[in-house]
Write a protein that binds this ligand. Structure first.
Ligand SMILES: CC(C)[C@H](C(=O)O)[C@@H](O)C(=O)O
Ligand code: SF4
Length: 417
């Protein structure tokens, strides 16, 4: 009997010769990420559980990104508690202002293919893009891992998305995942593994693959995985020969298989206030926009800033429209600056935010006010997510956001490319 990629990663981790979807089992945790919102709660639970030493300080990464720059005095307490615990437990990986956790974990190679990784954030699914089993957990489970290095999971059944062919101009992986969310619904992947495959996926950059895996959780999925290949091995700096087993078997069993022809994809937008409330951009043309946001762990990478700069170069954003750009990490910021991309965006009228979560969750680095409409490259448009509950959030690709910022209303990016 064949196994899926997700089952293979779990078998590799547990050294089992077989696993079955739906089975409960203990995995050996390869790496964990704790961000600044939950760090104090993990530490408190860890002590309450009677643990004294973490199971392996080299497998723990702290990232301060949700409360950076600190907007409220009490937020600083989170960083002080995490700093003290890291010192006490000899945890060396503490990133205080280097970027968003889900960019740093793969970018700094804390996560590599074939690993089992947990994070105190729902978008920990992002690292499935490099072939890991990675998912978000609560701070109680994280405290238990700190003390034992293990966690029980239920092996998720897999929904397979075969996507083949060439994406049309102006259409990106964000349009793929939004279309899939529209097709299966925000609960269509509950406790499932989403596996993205096919020639279109193989043609995507690692950054573009991360957008797909990042938003798997928006369908309720446990993980969003992609078979590691030469691109992955180069990105992660690993020898591919040790990962040749990390692919689904031809006779693997899936709960459902979805087939898409890439040429049928178009620029789409998730309309307020659900990620599966999808519309073709053409049906929304002319909808007034007050703010654009390009950033987050979904689409704040070099290629995202690059395509926005391609559209905005030599142009100015519409009057009374704000465009906030937040690179997903300091290294992306520096690379984009060196390439002249930041200059083009600022010249066009963009405001640069520090590389952190910022406006994405309305915690630091701006908010969307009453009655405002924002079109954003992040992954959630729940009521009030980015500020006022009387604001509206549209989700789209960086190209669609850039086109909207230019016109001050929702626009089709294809005419600018
Ligand atoms: C704050 C954190 C718990 C939350 C998450 O887990 O996703 C945030 O990162 C988000 O994007 O909504
Ligand atoms: S960038 Fe947004 S989606 Fe990503 S971890 Fe931060 S708040 Fe969550």
């Amino acid at each position: 009997m064949g196994y899926t990629l997700t089952e293979k990663i779990i078998m590799r981790n547990t050294k089992r010769s077989s696993v079955t979807a739906g089975e409960l089992l203990n995995v050996n945790v390869d790496k964990v990420m704790v961000h600044d919102i939950f760090a104090p709660f993990v530490v408190e639970k860890f002590r309450e559980m009677g643990f004294e030493k973490v199971w392996n300080p080299d497998k723990i990464v702290f990232v301060y990104d949700h409360l950076v720059p600190t907007s409220f005095i009490e937020d600083f307490r989170h960083h002080k508690i995490a700093d003290a615990f890291a010192a006490e437990q000899h945890i060396k990986a503490v990133h205080r202002a280097d970027g968003v956790c889900h960019q740093l974990m793969p970018e700094l190679r804390y996560v590599v293919p074939g690993q089992v990784v947990f994070g105190t954030d729902s978008h920990t699914t992002t690292y499935g893009a490099i072939g890991s089993f990675s998912t978000g957990i609560g701070y109680t489970e994280m405290a238990a891992i700190f003390g034992t290095g293990q966690l029980w999971i239920k092996v998720p059944p897999t929904l397979k998305f075969n996507i083949n062919g060439e994406l049309p101009k102006g259409v990106y992986s964000k349009d793929i995942i939004l279309r899939i969310l529209g097709d299966i619904g925000a609960d269509g992947g509950t406790y499932k593994a989403l596996e993205f495959s096919g020639s279109t996926i193989k043609g995507l950059s690692i950054s573009s693959r991360m957008t797909l895996s990042n938003m798997a959780v928006e369908a309720g999925a446990k993980v969003g995985v992609i078979e590691p290949d030469e691109k992955t091995f180069a990105f992660s700096g690993v020898e591919g020969s040790q990962f040749q087993d990390l692919k689904s078997d031809p006779d693997a069993s899936y709960e459902k298989v979805f087939n898409y022809d890439a040429s049928n994809f178009k620029p789409v937008v998730a309309c307020p206030s659900n990620v599966d409330n999808i519309s073709d951009v053409e049906a929304l043309l002319g909808t007034k926009i007050d703010q654009g946001f390009i950033g987050s762990c979904t689409n704040g990478r070099f290629e995202d800033l690059e395509v926005a700069a391609k559209i905005l170069k030599g142009r100015k954003i519409a009057p009374f429209t704000k465009l906030i750009v937040t690179p997903a990490s300091r290294s992306i910021y520096a690379e984009a600056a060196k390439a002249g991309i930041i200059g083009i965006l600022v010249e066009a009228g963009a405001i640069m935010n520090p590389p952190a979560c910022g406006l994405c969750c309305g915690r630091s680095g701006g908010i969307v006010s009453d009655g405002e409409r924002v079109i954003a490259t992040n992954n959630r448009n729940f009521l009030g997510r980015m500020g006022s509950p009387k604001s509206e959030i549209f989700l789209a690709s960086p190209a669609t956001v850039a086109a909207a910022a230019l016109e001050g209303k929702i626009a089709d990016p294809r005419k600018y490319l």
